[in-house]
Design a protein around this ligand. Structure first.
Ligand code: UDP
Ligand code: MG
Length: 347
């Protein structure tokens, strides 16, 4: 269930800071202190999303919230995952900008003033990009290989070194909150939506306390979710492979028939068997590919991603039913955002 905290007056709240936490007991106080030290000039709220921690994370946040009313806790009853924690934070955030950063202090809060400065220049998304290696060689290698592969088959590229350290404007937050899609991968949907984005480099720090919970299994899960939610390539591959195999089998059959006429002797029955097996195998793949295309159409309907997001409508009242933004935003949202072609499908 969505949870929304009440604030007396949200209109002056400039910044919501969302911190997903999974067993971050030792990091809660340090991250609070470092973030609040650099945010003196702005009005802010801090939303700790406890993603089913087994340690004292929630108690540490509660203790902070008693001292400082700008601190809030959202607690999941079980571990739902980092992306879900981000989503819950976006839904509860009330500020004019929403910044997400890891609670383990790998995302240095000291760059928040430059992030806000970029946002004030008019960027809807300020994406922090790792300027150095954050993890071990193997994890980096696998992650880079994945993004290279993904970007080569997707028409909406994801920046390889982009993390979940980013700031989004209120209107982007409203558009994200209105998306009905489950298991949303924020770093992939933002380039898809196409809001104006700026990249800011940052040097990742070491985790302050505790251990990374993004092991091989979780990283693989995130990778496959990104691939299957944002690319139709694996389904389309069946069709391409099928056409190739059937085509080759057909050509092989023709070649052997021709060869026989010119006096070549083949093992009896061999050509028929191989050519027909390969041809049928290819045909099955083609039909899997065709089925896949229908599955994609169904998926596209189910996901109900916006076909476009309006940049603006002038005059606002003149929009007819067809021109209304497909993304229904909460009542407070102005009907504006960036344009998008209709009926697009993931590639
Ligand atoms: N996290 C979360 N739920 C999870 C795993 C991680 O909310 O199931 C949080 C975690 O507390 C941290 C951020 O997501 O604030 C990044 O996780 P982690 O540091 O373990 O990953 P890494 O930085 O090693 O990729
Ligand atoms: Mg980390």
């Amino acid at each position: 269930m969505d949870w929304q905290h009440s604030t007396e007056d949200d209109s002056h709240l400039e910044l919501s800071i969302v911190l997903p936490c999974f067993n971050e007991e030792g990091n809660v106080l340090p991250v609070y202190e470092r973030v609040s030290a650099v945010c003196r000039e702005v009005s802010w709220e801090m939303l700790f999303v406890d993603d089913g921690s087994a340690d004292g994370t929630a108690a540490a946040v509660e203790a902070l919230a008693r001292r400082d009313s700008r601190v809030h806790l959202l607690r999941f009853i079980r571990n739902a995952g980092h992306q879900q924690a981000l989503r819950a934070g976006y839904r509860a955030a009330r500020g004019a900008h929403v910044l997400t950063l890891d609670a383990d202090l790998q995302h240095p809060p000291e760059i928040i003033p430059s992030v806000l400065a970029k946002a004030r220049e008019g960027y809807d998304v300020v994406q922090m990009v790792r300027a150095g290696e954050q993890t071990g060689f193997l994890k980096n290698f696998l992650s880079r290989s994945f993004y290279k592969f993904f970007n080569s088959i997707s028409d909406v590229p994801i920046i390889e070194q982009a993390s979940d350290f980013r700031l989004i404007s209120r209107r982007v937050c409203d558009v994200l909150n209105a998306l009905p899609e489950r298991n949303l991968i924020v770093r992939a949907i933002l380039p898809y939506l196409g809001f104006r984005a700026a990249n800011l480099p940052y040097a990742p720090a070491d985790r302050l306390h505790g251990q990374s919970s993004y092991g091989f299994r979780k990283s693989l899960q995130l990778g496959s979710q990104t691939l299957f939610n944002f690319s139709a390539f694996p389904l389309k591959l069946a069709m391409r492979l099928g056409v190739l195999i059937s085509g080759l089998a057909f050509a092989y059959g023709i070649y052997n028939v021709a060869a026989k006429f010119f006096g070549h002797r083949n093992v009896p029955g061999y050509t028929d068997l191989i050519a027909s097996t390969l041809f049928l195998g290819g045909l099955i793949l083609v039909y899997l590919g065709i089925l896949g295309r229908y599955v994609l159409v169904i998926l596209d309907h189910l996901k109900r991603r916006p076909e476009y997001v309006l940049a603006e409508s002038v005059p606002a009242a003149a929009t007819g039913p067809e021109d209304k933004p497909r993304v229904k935003s909460p009542a407070s949202t102005p009907p504006d955002a960036s344009g998008r072609p209709q009926g697009r499908q993931a590639t």
